[in-house]
Design a protein around this ligand. Structure first.
Ligand SMILES: [Fe+2]
Length: 141
C-alpha cells in the first residue's frame, strides 16, 4: 500500500500546481517503498534530496502567491512548510547515519503535513482569480 494515497480531492485545477503535488506524493511513495524493501541507499538519498529541493521551491512559490493575495493564513501555512522541510532534513540526516533500516516506515507526520498542505491549497487556489494566477505564471487548464 502506498504511503500517501492520491485522492481526487487534492486536485486544485491548476495544472502547474497539481503536477508538482503529484511529483511530491510519488517521490514520498518511492522513498517509502525503497526503505521498506531495503532499496539502494544512494537512490534513497538522491530522492530525499530531490524531494527537499522540489518541496522548498514549491512552497516558496505558494507563499509568494499567498502574499500577493493577502492570504490571512500565510503565517500558519509557512509554519507547516517549515516543519515539513525540517522533517525531511532530519530524514536525510537519519538516512546518512544509517538510522533507516529495512522494513522501517517514514514518519506519520510527513504524510499528515503534506496532505494538510494540499487540502489547504485546494481552497487557496479556488479563491484566486485567473488574472491573479497569471501574475504568478500559472493558469487553469
Ligand atoms: Fe502545494
Amino acid at each position: 500500500m502506498a504511503y500517501l494515497e492520491w485522492k481526487p480531492a487534492f486536485d486544485t485545477g491548476v495544472p502547474g500546481i497539481d503536477y508538482e503535488h503529484h511529483r511530491l506524493v510519488d517521490m514520498l511513495n518511492e522513498i517509502h517503498e525503497l526503505i521498506l524493501h531495503d532499496g539502494e541507499r544512494r537512490k534513497v538519498a538522491g530522492i530525499l534530496a530531490e524531494f527537499h529541493t522540489l518541496a522548498a521551491a514549491h512552497f516558496a512559490l505558494e507563499e509568494k502567491i499567498m502574499r500577493d493575495h493577502g492570504y490571512k493564513g500565510l503565517a500558519a501555512r509557512r509554519d507547516i512548510h517549515h516543519r515539513l522541510l525540517d522533517q525531511v532534513r532530519e530524514m536525510m540526516e537519519a538516512h546518512e547515519q544509517g538510522a533507516f533500516r529495512s522494513g522501517m516506515h517514514l514518519p506519520e507526520t510527513v504524510r499528515q503535513w503534506l496532505a494538510e498542505a494540499m487540502d489547504i491549497d485546494v481552497k487557496l487556489f479556488a479563491d484566486i482569480t485567473d488574472s491573479g494566477l497569471g501574475k504568478s505564471g500559472l493558469s487553469r487548464g
